[in-house]
Design a protein. Structure first.
Length: 94
């Protein structure tokens, strides 16, 4: 089953126990705008993808890879899912 961008983001928010307001703050995106992206109402832009990748990579425990590799991992995942989101509409809350 293919994961949607918003499902992926919500899963990782849950792993960190973050409300939308925390992700928005860390990603430097307004809370209403983040809410629309996370709910699937708004298709994520590159700015959203980069902000979310930075927020998640900054909160991921590092062992040997370091921050740049961690950011690239998150950005790569989110970009792939973000492009898929452009072709799909909506992301139902579950």
């Amino acid at each position: 089953m293919k994961t949607r961008f918003c499902e992926f983001v919500r899963f990782h928010m849950g792993e960190r126990n973050w409300p939308i307001s925390e992700l928005a703050r860390r990603a430097k995106i307004t809370q209403p705008e983040m809410s629309r992206v996370v709910s699937g109402v708004r298709t994520p832009s590159l700015r959203h993808i980069v902000g979310i990748a930075e927020a998640f990579s900054a909160s991921t425990p590092r062992e040997t890879d370091g921050p740049l590799v961690e950011f690239e991992m998150w950005a790569g995942r989110l970009v792939r899912l973000g492009y898929d989101a452009r072709r799909e509409k909506g992301c139902e809350s579950r």
